[in-house]
Design a binder for this molecule. Structure first.
Ligand SMILES: [Zn+2]
Length: 124
């Protein structure tokens, strides 16, 4: 059973699946909402965690598999909905299908650092 790769919610049953999407790594890691969500997790609470950002960006931006995104998370992302739903059909036929890593890791880094500043400045 798929789970949302953003929030971890189970995507079960036809009702959930028809409202979900599979996004590409580029569509996820170049979106500031993704990093804001990541940095809101407890393991990123310390200001010293920023040292781990380059590693996190490299790791996430290198992934080539599609990202399941549930209906509620999908509203934070911009993507072509029909392509994203087509990927669900594609991945059901071929579970090993990949969509490539982030095309622009520098952009992903820039977005992640901006998200870090926005999420951590607010706490000061
Ligand atoms: Zn979700």
């Amino acid at each position: 059973m798929p789970v949302c790769d953003i929030c971890g919610k189970k995507i079960s049953g036809v009702d959930d699946i028809v409202k979900s999407f599979i996004l590409t790594t580029t569509e996820v890691v170049e979106n500031i909402s993704y990093w804001k969500y990541v940095f809101s997790k407890p393991e990123w609470a310390s200001d010293n965690s920023s040292i781990l950002i380059p590693h996190a960006v490299l790791k996430q931006a290198s992934l080539t598999t599609g990202w399941w995104v549930c209906q509620s998370c999908s509203s934070d992302y911009s993507f072509n909905a029909s392509e994203a739903q087509q990927r669900i059909i594609e991945s059901s036929k071929n579970p090993n299908v990949t969509y490539g890593s982030s095309k622009n890791q520098a952009k992903a880094s820039e977005v992640a650092l901006k998200a870090w500043d926005e999420t951590h400045d607010n706490k000061k």
